[in-house]
Design a protein around this ligand. Structure first.
Ligand code: NAD
Length: 483
C-alpha cells in the first residue's frame, strides 16, 4: 500500500494505547474487493484480550471524565486536524479495503472528520438545568454525566464516518470507547487510532478490538462495566445485540437497515427526477442505508422518467475505485454479488421487466453492473428487503394516498425522499411517511447538525445534531434540601 505516511497502515488491534497481536497468533486476511488481492492481515484476539479492553478503558475513564470539557475539545480538534491533514492516505486505505471510488472516499473522510469537530464543540454544551423547586427550602436541578464505557460496532460500507459519528460524541461526553469495526474494513479504524494517539487522546480512551464479531460482541455485552452499545449495521445483528444488552440493561443506540422510498410527484420534470434518483440509488454502489431502494413514480411521467433514468445510468462507469472517472466500485464481496443476482432473478420470476443491466460487462467477479427493473411489486424481494446493491426497482402509482401506503409498506423506517414542487403534497407526504428522515427535493440530507436515525425496525436513538451526544450522557437529578 503506497501511503505518504506508512505508519497509518497498522495490522494490529489497539488496546490501552498498545498495538496488540492475537495471543494465539490467529489472523484474518483483509481483501481488496476490486481485485481479490490481500491488503494485509488483522489479528483475531483471544477472549482474555477482548475482556482486557474493558479493564484499560475503565482505568482511563476516571482521568478522561475529570478533564474540563474544553480540554477534551482541544484533543478532539487536534484529532480533527490530523484527519484533514491525512485525508489522502485515509481515502487510499478506505478505497483499498472498501472499494468505493477515491473521490467518494475523500468525501467520507471529510464527512467523518466533520463529526469530530461538531462533537468537540458540543461537548462544551452538555448543560444541566435548574428546576423551580416544589420542595420548601430546596434547590433542584440536573447534571449531565458520561454514561461510561461505550462499545461501538460499525459496518463496512462507511468504514470511517460510522466510527467518528459515534466515537466523537462518546469521547466528547467523557466516555472511553471500544470500537469493533467490520472485519472487511478494519484498517480505516486502525488509522483513526494512530491519529487519535498523535492527537493526545490518552491511552485507553479510543480502543480498537478485532476478532470474531459474534464472540467480541457477546463477551463485551456481558460486561457490566460496558454501559452503552452503539451499533450501525443490519437489523438482524441489531436484534441480537439488543438481546445481549438486556441482561445488564445497557444504553443502546441502533442505526439499522433502510428501505428508502423515492417518491416522484406528477408535477416533476422527469429528467430532473431521474438525475436525482440515479444519484440516490447508486451512491456507494447501492450499499448505502439511505439508497433509494423503491422508486415510486407517478404513472403520468413514468415512461419519460424511465427513458432519462436509463440514459443517465448508461453513463455510469463501473470499475476499480483507485482509477479515475469511476462512479461505482465493486460490491464488498462475492456473496453480495450473488445476493444481487438472486434479487434480480426473484423480481424477474415474479413479473418485473429488466430495462438495463448486462452483467456480462462486469469488470471483475465482485462487480455488479447497475440494473433497472420496472413493474416492481410488493411481493418481490427487491421491494421487501434492503437491497444493498446497484439494483433500481421502479413502481408506478396513481395518487398520493396510494403512494403513501406503498412507501410505508415496509418494516424499515430510516429515510424517505420526496420529489415534487407542490407544497400541499409535500406537507401531506412529510406528515404521513413513517420514516425518521424525509428529504424533499434533495439527495443530500446528512451531516453533523442533523439528527440521523430511523423509526420502526430501522433503529433506536439519533446520531449527530444537538441530541447525538445525549446517547452517551446520563441525567443526574439533584435535590439540595434544608437550605
Ligand atoms: P452487519 O450487521 O452484518 O455488520 C455490522 C457489524 O456487526 C460489523 O462490525 C460486523 O462484524 C458485526 N457483526 C456481524 N455479525 C455479528 C454478530 N453475530 N454479533 C455481533 N456483531 C456482528 O452489517 P453490514 O453488512 O456490515 O452493513 C450493512 C448494514 O448496515 C445494512 O443493513 C445497512 O443498512 C446498515 N447500515 C445502517 C446505517 C445507518 O446509519 N442506519 C449506516 C450504514 C449501514
Amino acid at each position: 500500500m503506497k501511503l505518504s505516511d506508512p505508519r497509518l497502515f497498522r495490522q494490529y488491534a489497539y488496546i490501552g494505547g498498545k498495538w496488540t497481536h492475537g495471543d494465539e497468533g490467529r489472523e484474518e486476511a483483509v481483501i481488496n474487493p476490486a481485485n481479490g488481492e490481500v491488503i494485509g492481515h488483522i489479528p483475531l484476539l483471544e477472549p482474555e484480550q477482548i475482556r482486557a479492553s474493558v479493564d484499560v478503558a475503565d482505568e482511563a475513564f476516571a482521568q478522561w471524565r475529570a478533564l474540563r470539557a474544553d480540554e477534551r475539545c482541544e484533543r478532539l480538534l487536534a484529532w480533527y486536524d490530523l484527519l484533514q491533514a491525512h485525508r489522502e492516505d485515509l481515502a487510499t486505505i478506505m478505497t483499498l479495503e472498501q472499494g468505493k471510488p477515491m473521490p467518494d472516499a475523500r468525501g467520507e473522510v471529510e464527512y467523518g472528520a466533520s463529526f469530530v469537530r461538531w462533537f468537540a464543540e458540543e461537548g462544551k454544551r452538555t448543560y444541566g438545568e435548574t428546576i423551580p423547586s416544589h420542595i420548601p427550602n430546596a434547590a433542584l436541578g440536573t447534571i449531565k454525566e458520561p454514561v461510561g464505557i461505550a462499545l461501538l460496532i460499525t459496518p463496512w460500507n462507511f468504514p470511517l464516518a460510522m466510527i467518528t459519528r459515534k466515537a466523537a460524541a462518546a469521547m466528547a461526553a467523557g466516555c472511553p470507547v471500544i470500537v469493533k469495526p467490520a472485519n472487511e474494513t478494519p484498517f480505516s479504524a486502525l488509522a483513526l487510532a494512530e491519529l487519535a494517539e498523535r492527537a493526545g487522546i490518552p491511552a485507553g480512551i479510543f480502543n480498537v478490538v478485532l476478532g470474531d464479531a459474534a464472540q467480541v460482541s457477546s463477551l463485551l455485552c456481558a460486561e457490566d462495566r460496558v454501559k452503552a452499545v452503539s451499533f450501525t449495521g443490519s437489523t438482524r445483528v441489531g436484534r441480537l445485540l439488543l438481546e445481549q444488552s438486556a441482561p445488564t440493561v445497557k444504553r443502546v443506540s441502533m442505526e439499522l437497515g433502510g428501505n428508502a422510498p423515492f417518491i416522484i410527484g406528477p408535477d416533476m420534470d422527469p429528467k430532473e427526477a431521474a438525475l436525482a434518483a440515479v444519484a440516490a440509488k447508486f451512491q456507494t454502489a447501492g450499499q448505502d442505508c439511505l439508497a433509494a431502494n423503491r422508486i415510486l413514480v407517478h404513472e403520468s411521467i413514468h415512461d419519460a422518467f424511465i427513458e432519462h433514468f436509463t440514459e443517465r445510468m448508461a453513463a455510469l462507469t463501473v470499475g476499480n475505485g483507485m482509477e479515475s472517472e469511476v462512479d461505482l466500485g465493486p460490491l464488498i464481496h462475492r456473496r453480495a454479488v450473488e445476493n444481487a443476482r438472486a434479487t434480480v432473478d426473484d423480481a424477474l420470476s415474479k413479473g418485473a421487466t429488466l430495462v438495463a443491466g448486462d452483467q456480462s460487462q462486469a469488470p471483475g467477479e465482485n462487480f455488479f453492473m447497475p440494473v433497472l427493473l420496472t413493474g416492481v411489486t410488493q411481493d418481490m424481494q427487491v421491494w421487501r428487503q434492503e437491497c444493498f446493491a446497484p439494483v433500481a426497482g421502479v413502481t408506478a402509482y396513481r395518487d398520493d394516498d396510494e403512494v403513501i401506503a406503498l412507501a410505508n409498506d415496509t418494516e424499515y423506517g430510516l429515510a424517505a425522499y420526496v420529489y415534487t414542487h407542490d407544497i400541499r403534497r409535500i406537507w401531506k407526504l412529510l406528515r404521513a411517511l413513517e420514516f425518521g428522515m424525509v428529504s424533499v427535493n434533495s439527495v443530500k440530507m446528512t451531516g453533523p447538525p442533523v439528527p440521523f436515525g430511523g423509526v420502526k425496525q430501522s433503529g433506536l436513538g439519533r446520531e449527530g445534531g444537538a441530541t447525538g451526544i445525549d446517547e452517551y450522557l446520563e441525567t443526574k437529578y439533584y435535590c439540595l434540601g434544608a437550605l
